[in-house]
Design a protein. Structure first.
Length: 319
């Protein structure tokens, strides 16, 4: 199986490539710069907006599956899928930010009706462009793409424009190499052995679904090799949702940290400032057991190991 991974040099892209190679696939990593990392001979430089280059790669490399991690809006996705036609299957890496709970969480929608478990077929947001501010970003800045980011519209385009497709929705991904450093709020005080740490009460109670990067990469690699997933929307999950206080407890054990945690209503705390635009009463809890049974794809890394690997990476990074 020949697979083209668009965005192979990123956090998740590298894990997908590794998992595909482990399954015997020939992986071609497509980036505008950088490299696939472990298999230089299968790295190709191309711009996703250059349809002729994509068509040439797909034809010359006899690509059977395309995994797209960088499909953020309809415009930057249309050029890619127009070149695929009947040649191969398109695997879109999407997000659980398409669901209605995310609209409530971002305070983009009203009518919050409770923290029901999110399921694959749960209602989607009615609002659009979840990361667009009141004032559009300068097009020259690195975050300008966020203004037009909308996975709901991308998913609709894929279903309409591809003959063979699979959509994989992901929760927040964590683990070694995470550029967003999602758990640094917990890892920094634990690794520096702080005595007393204050966190916003609402933050400690907030519950969300995460997925370890190797489990997400393995899941997508399995999907690539299973043609029966064509025409399906799947969700990559590994372990049930936990509150931030539960995550903090796991990291404390892994770091051998015995500091005191205090829940606080102090709005000047850094985490309180960072999350002030979010409704932390809205939890993002996916029905993990149900989805694991439905897909039959089991995580390759258990939770304890995932936490340990995340801590080890943080120790190197924060040293």
């Amino acid at each position: 199986m020949n697979v083209l991974v668009i965005g192979s040099d990123g956090f998740l892209g590298k894990s997908i490539a590794e998992s595909l190679w482990a399954r015997g696939a020939q992986v071609f990593g497509m980036t505008r710069s950088g490299s696939l990392g472990i298999h230089e001979r299968h790295h190709v430089n191309a711009d996703r907006n250059d349809g002729d280059s994509i068509e040439e790669i797909v034809r010359e490399k006899d690509i059977e599956v395309v995994v797209d991690l960088l499909a953020y809006d309809r415009c930057n996705t249309a050029t890619v899928i127009e070149q695929l036609q009947k040649q191969c299957r398109y695997v879109l890496v999407s997000s659980i930010d398409v669901y209605r709970q995310y609209g409530w969480f971002q305070k983009l929608e009203t009518g919050f009706s409770g923290n029901d478990l999110i399921r694959r077929d749960s209602p989607l947001r009615t609002s659009r462009y979840p990361y667009r501010d009141s004032q559009l970003r300068d097009p020259a800045t690195k975050d300008a793409w966020m203004d037009n980011y909308e996975k709901i519209k991308v998913e609709a385009l894929v279903r309409e424009g591809c003959l063979s497709w699979t959509i994989v929705r992901l929760p927040m991904i964590y683990g070694p190499g995470d550029k967003q450093n999602r758990f640094d709020w917990a890892l920094r005080p634990a690794l520096s052995d702080e005595g007393i740490v204050e966190f916003p009460i609402e933050w400690l109670d907030w519950t969300s679904t995460y997925c370890f990067v190797e489990n997400a990469g393995s899941f997508i690699a399995e999907v690539c090799g299973d043609a029966s997933t064509s025409g399906q929307i799947l969700v990559s999950v590994d372990h049930p949702a936990m509150s931030q206080s539960e995550w903090l407890a796991l990291f404390a054990i892994a770091c051998d940290w015995h500091g005191q945690v205090k829940g606080s209503s102090n709005r000047s705390l850094p985490l309180a400032q960072r999350t002030k635009g979010l409704d932390l009463k809205v939890h993002l809890k996916f029905d993990v057991p149900r989805e694991l049974v439905r897909t039959g794809i089991k995580p390759v890394i258990d939770l304890q190991t995932a936490v340990r690997l995340t801590v080890e990476d943080a120790k190197r990074r924060l040293a």
